[in-house]
Design a protein around this ligand. Structure first.
Ligand SMILES: *Cc1c(COP(=O)(O)O)cnc(C)c1O
Length: 368
């Protein structure tokens, strides 16, 4: 029996499939009756939250009976200073995920079109389709965004163009010149949502800082997050930066109090914990190398390492290897929902977690 509500669902919603998150650690431990499983599946920060963020959260607990300040003025001010933009250029979200959703709510809808790349972060397609807009999918080139193919889909109905830089799950990124030329080529009615969720973790020489383009492009919204490098995925805090009028429009559809009190104070504190960020970057750099070396030694082919994750191919056996890793208490991410059934994605953990992943993977491959 089908779902009887389908016939009444809003346009676009009936065809949606929910986002499939990485398997939660607690769920696997419950299922297997084990402890000490490890999760390298959602690109979370293996160091745990910044101690400064934890203190800020503790200090804010007695205030929880009150609503948060809806516009998060202190966090917004601090971020503006940090990013060298004006506070009116920033909108905060319940994760940057919500900012992606606000862009769709404000600009997409029946009759409009939204462009995304094949293999791009799944949330873009979900928020676009849920809005009732027509989703235009540009075929990928070498698993990355093909900007020519994306430009070829632009027409007078285009309202949003989602770009993940780098892209999750494929690790591909676009260089400064190519991306700048692409944005410059777009009409004013096509808003580029440039998702820089891994900005702080990138060190490729040609990797652009999208904020630098804001004075030039009024149709650019850059999104970033406290979930990855800043280690606050569980609190949900991200933001978008753009032209003040663009931000003002997004504010019209933002739910009041969308960023909770604890998220506001923790993000503020984490922003000023440079020791934590440095430790994160050092652990990440070493971890990417450790994992990449290990995967190559196992004869596996990897996609580009970017941010804090690496996708790799297990031809013919990704689902089985994923399952076998789970049985050993190691959670990675299967990319079958992205139409990449032969790939898995692993996030950088602590050195011993990376090693455990590589050791268990070697054993699993040995047995096959
Ligand atoms: C993790 C991720 C996000 C969203 O993170 P939030 O926790 O919602 O801030 C957005 N885009 C990409 C590409 C991601 O990988």
């Amino acid at each position: 029996m089908g779902n009887p509500y389908l016939e009444w669902a809003a346009p676009g919603v009936a065809d949606l499939r929910p986002y499939q998150p990485g398997k939660p650690l607690a769920e696997l431990e419950r299922e297997l009756g084990i402890r000490h499983a490890i999760k390298l599946a959602s690109n979370e920060n293996p160091l745990g939250p910044s101690p400064k963020a934890l203190s800020a959260v503790s200090a804010a607990l007695p205030g929880l009976a009150l609503y948060p300040e809806s516009t998060a003025p202190e966090l917004r001010q601090a971020l503006a200073r940090h990013l060298q933009v004006e506070p009116v250029q920033i909108i905060l979200g319940n994760g940057s995920n919500e900012v992606l959703e606000l862009a769709a709510r404000a600009f997409a809808g029946p009759g409009s079109e939204v462009i995304v790349s094949q293999y791009a972060f799944a949330v873009y397609g979900i928020v676009a389709q849920a809005s009732g807009a027509l989703l235009r999918l540009a075929p990928a080139r070498d698993f990355g965004h093909d900007l020519d193919a994306m430009a070829g889909l632009v027409n007078e109905r285009t309202r949003l163009v989602f770009i993940a830089n780098p892209n999750n799950p494929t690790g591909t990124h676009l260089g400064r010149d190519a991306l700048e030329t692409f944005i410059d080529s777009l009409p004013a009615h096509a808003l580029v949502v440039l998702d820089e969720a891994y900005f702080e973790l990138m060190n490729a020489a040609d990797y652009p800082d999208g904020l630098r383009w804001l004075p030039r492009f009024a149709n650019l919204l850059v999104t970033r997050t406290f979930s990855k490098a800043y280690g606050l995925a569980g609190l949900r805090c991200g933001y978008g930066v753009g032209h003040p009028d663009l931000i003002a429009l997004l504010e019209r559809v933002r739910e009041p109090f969308n960023v909770n009190t604890l998220a506001q104070v923790a993000a503020h504190a984490a922003l000023f914990d440079s020791a934590y960020l440095q430790a994160t970057l050092a652990n990440n750099r070493a971890g990417l190398e450790q994992i990449q070396r290990g995967l190559l030694r196992l004869g596996l082919t990897t996609l580009p390492a970017a941010g804090n994750f690496i996708a790799f191919a297990v031809p013919g056996g990704a689902a089985r290897v994923y399952g076998a890793l789970l049985q050993q208490g190691v959670i990675v991410r299967p990319l079958q929902p992205y139409g990449m059934p032969e790939h898995l994605r692993v996030s950088v953990g602590l050195p011993e977690e990376n090693q455990r992943f590589l050791t268990v993977l070697a054993e699993v491959l040995e047995k096959s």
